[in-house]
Ligand binder design. Structure first.
Ligand code: C2E
Ligand code: CA
Ligand code: CA
Ligand code: CA
Length: 282
């Protein structure tokens, strides 16, 4: 991209370089801030509802928010990649799991079998002690793993398949559910679906965004749903923003869960509880 920028003429090239160093500077700032951040002070779990065809909230995805004293609210799309590169994600991810297990435990006691989904970074998953850490947290929090879904991306399952398979089998034997996040965006090989004991596919929001204008995306969603059905997998449709999209999804299959701004934006635990769990009975 560098030589392309140069072809645009001197000024443009300088602009381009300026922009690069601004991004690099921001990453460095974030990296330093991550090293010094107090997790309990600066990080917070948000929750976004997963809703069934009756309009009932049956689960929630945990989404991390970082409120830095001087950088302000840093979106996870920005800081997660930096934290993965600097490996702080291991500590952060453990903190997220701990908090999410405690929250799940509390809500399960009050409201029954609501399922909490947690994003697992590939760096975190590939750590040798990942499964042991998870087991430790289960013992410590007394959460029921049946109420926890671990969201992995396709990349995790392609790399080190045998070791990944062992870990997933172990987690599944403990009762955890495994979900494939951003399904359809990463890899054309679906052979891992045969090998791995997976429970759920999450249809990526990029396939939902242009429904109903884009027939290709609708065809993709239809084929993902058919694939999931032949494998008896649960489906979550992510990024559903309007009624047309929700109706299209409901037409595909009765049991698809919907997660998106149409029902709920991610929000803090207390707000989520008030809006989606209180009065929604066991
Ligand atoms: P993701 O796992 O694919 O999460 C879904 C993202 O889509 C979230 O963005 C959510 O707020 C957003 N979203 C949900 N519904 C809608 C909708 O209807 N319209 C639109 N436009 N967006 C919607 P968020 O919270 O900014 O998170 C971005 C990504 O950061 C996540 O993508 C996930 O990959 C990562 N992430 C978030 N929390 C964690 C975490 O605790 N650990 C790890 N490893 N990654 C996390
Ligand atoms: Ca996710
Ligand atoms: Ca996703
Ligand atoms: Ca995503």
């Amino acid at each position: 991209a560098m030589h392309e920028a140069k072809n645009l003429g001197g000024n443009q090239a300088y602009l381009f370089e300026d922009k690069l160093s601004a991004v690099a500077k921001q990453r460095l700032e974030m990296l330093q801030a991550l090293n010094h951040s107090e997790l309990d002070d600066e990080f917070q779990l948000y929750f976004q509802a997963q809703v069934d065809s009756q309009g009932k909230t049956v689960g929630a995805e945990t989404l991390l928010r970082w409120f830095h004293p001087s950088l302000g609210l840093v979106p996870p799309g920005q800081f997660i990649p930096v934290a993965e590169e600097g490996r702080q994600i291991i500590k952060i991810g453990l903190w997220v799991m701990h908090k999410a297990f405690l929250q799940a435990k509390a809500w399960n006691k009050k409201y029954g079998d609501i399922r909490i989904s947690i994003n697992i970074s590939p760096i975190q998953f590939h750590e040798q002690s990942f499964v042991e850490l998870v087991i430790g947290l289960v013992k410590f929090t007394l959460v029921n793993p049946n109420n926890i879904t671990l969201e992995l991306t396709e990349g995790v399952l392609i790399r080190n398949t045998d070791l990944a398979l062992q870990k997933i089998q172990h987690l599944v034997s403990l009762g955890f559910h495994i979900s494939i996040d951003d399904f359809g965006t990463g890899y054309s090989s679906l052979s891992y679906l045969q090998k791995l004991p997976i429970h759920e596919l999450k249809i990526d929001q990029s396939f939902i965004r242009h429904i109903p204008e884009n027939p290709d995306d609708m065809a993709i969603v239809e084929s993902i749903v058919r694939l999931a059905q032949t494998k008896s997998l649960n489906i979550v449709a992510e990024g559903v923003e309007n009624q047309q999209q929700a109706e299209f999804i409901r037409q595909q299959h009765q049991d698809i869960l919907i997660q998106g701004y149409y029902y709920s934006k991610p929000c803090p635990a207390l707000e989520f509880e008030q809006n989606f769990l209180v009065n929604h009975s066991k």
